[in-house]
Design a protein around this ligand. Structure first.
Ligand SMILES: Cc1ncc(COP(=O)(O)O)c(C=O)c1O
Length: 458
């Protein structure tokens, strides 16, 4: 369907264009010899243009790079900036803490923490909250707690899920239907099948087969996969998961870090889910490192009543800077003033416009692609119908096509998340921004599929 020679030609042209537009970024990258992989964090080497775009500043949905190029940002820090860049109430709260009050980390509670806990309870329904600085850490600590609660060792994940660099989670369903290490896993402490089990999303039979071993402490899942495209649950799937987890004595941990896009209380509230533990990170701090995990009152008491568990000192649940005044102030400001019910209404309606516009382009050009939406988040995938499992969605990846589209969009002032084709709406994303993206997206497709193309001999 896609002419690969043409794709390669167009991609090469976009790379030349990218290099011409980003000389300072190219120089900064060439100079960065004291950084591991030349970047502050190795995933910043996901660079369709050959080197990363160096960030200068951002407000709302707009980003500027050090070469003076401006972008409409649909990546939003892969959800960390879903509240928009530097939203005013967060800036005010953080500035007050940093400047006026002083004290960025203290190991002493602030009164804001109870406000944040109460608000998380109102939104997500769990009773007792604890804080972390990343969703990865929130997941790690949730895992320790469910092991302590159940006395079981294994955690069960969806194949091709992502929950941060949590050792247990790097498992996929192998060709024989059993678990195996996710390809590329760095430095696994032990064979992942010793700590984990795995099933495809939307496969209740596979899930039951794994739970029947009787060693699963908890099923830790996103309500929909969001890190291998958006793979939505089929009707009845979540009711089945809850029934099976109860039947086999496993707890249910829902990770709402990305599915928070579904609404103020994430997919848990939108779809009436009943987790035993809920994890969330990224956007709740408006960009300031934040994470949280919530327990039911009953499970919280069961843990707190145990004399054999050290929750105060060396027991392994912690992080010196977790729950620090800055992070808590940022969470309060974000939840109280930015990611409100009203904001979500606007974000979701903007995303609906984005998804239907992309679908129209796909239809107009007769491409075998499809679009999914999860509240304020949309994603198109190079498959039709849209994949229904992680493994199928992984198989629908097309790195060359993604690189071309990402680079074409970036050269025309649009940022998609660097991984797959996710576009996220902030409260500041407008229907005009969506129209601007669609015009560029369509132009990229038109060039790729034009009838009057001739191969550029290189
Ligand atoms: C569902 C989910 N959970 C956890 C994480 C890890 O978040 P962090 O990198 O902030 O630790 C991610 C990151 O993408 C995620 O998508």
């Amino acid at each position: 369907m896609i002419d690969r020679t043409r794709l390669a030609d167009l991609y090469a042209r976009e790379q030349r264009e990218f290099a011409a537009k980003h000389p300072r970024s190219a120089e900064a990258y060439a100079r960065a010899t004291h950084l591991f992989g030349r970047v502050p964090m190795t995933w910043m080497n996901k660079k369709a243009g050959g080197f990363p775009i160096y960030f200068e500043s951002a407000r709302g949905s707009r980003v500027r790079d050090i070469d003076g190029n401006e972008y409409l940002d649909f990546a939003l820090g892969d959800t960390g900036a879903m509240a928009g860049h530097s939203p005013e109430p967060v800036v005010a709260a953080v500035t007050k803490r940093v400047g006026e009050l002083g004290g960025l980390t203290s190991m002493m509670p602030t009164e804001d923490a109870e406000w944040v806990g109460a608000e998380l309870s109102r939104r997500f329904g769990l009773d007792a909250w604890s804080f972390a600085l990343t969703a990865t850490d929130a997941n790690r600590w949730a895992i320790r707690l469910v092991r302590a609660l159940t006395g079981r060792s294994k955690i069960l994940f969806h194949s091709y899920s992502y929950h941060g660099s949590v050792d247990e989670s790097l498992i996929v369903v192998g060709p024989d239907g059993e678990g195996m290490s996710r390809p590329g896993n760095v430095g696994a402490p032990v064979d992942v099948t010793m700590t984990s089990r795995v099933a495809e999303i939307n496969d209740l039979v596979g899930l039951e087969r794994q739970l029947a071993y009787g060693d699963v402490a908890a099923v830790l899942i996103e309500p929909a996969l969001t890190n291998i495209g958006i793979v939505l649950p089929e009707p009845g799937y979540h009711a089945g998961v809850r029934e099976l987890t109860r039947k086999y004595g496993a707890l249910l941990i829902i990770d709402e870090t990305h599915t928070f896009s579904a609404g103020v209380g994430g997919a848990t509230r939108a779809w009436g889910l009943q987790p035993d533990v809920l994890v969330i990170g990224k956007a709740i701090g408006g960009g300031i490192p934040s994470g949280a995990y919530g327990l039911t009152a009953e499970n919280a008491d069961r843990i707190l009543d145990r004399d054999d568990l050290d929750l105060i000192d060396m027991g392994g649940v912690g992080g010196t800077l977790a729950g620090n005044p800055l992070s808590i102030a940022a969470m309060r400001a974000t939840l109280e003033h930015v990611l409100t019910e009203q904001a979500f209404e606007g974000m979701i309606s903007t995303a609906t416009g984005f998804a239907s516009g992309v679908q129209e382009v796909i239809d107009r050009y007769g491409l075998p692609w499809s679009v999914n939406q999860l509240g304020a988040r949309t994603e198109y995938r190079f498959a039709q119908p849209y994949p229904t499992t992680g493994t199928e969605s992984d198989a629908a990846s097309d790195g060359d096509l993604e690189d071309y589209l990402h680079l074409y969009l970036a050269n025309h002032g649009i940022l998609l998340t660097p991984f797959h084709n996710m576009a996220l709406m902030a409260p500041t994303t407008s229907p005009d921004d969506v129209r601007a993206h669609l015009a560029v997206f369509e132009a990229a497709i038109a060039e790729l599929t034009a009838a009057n193309w001739t191969h550029e001999a290189r």
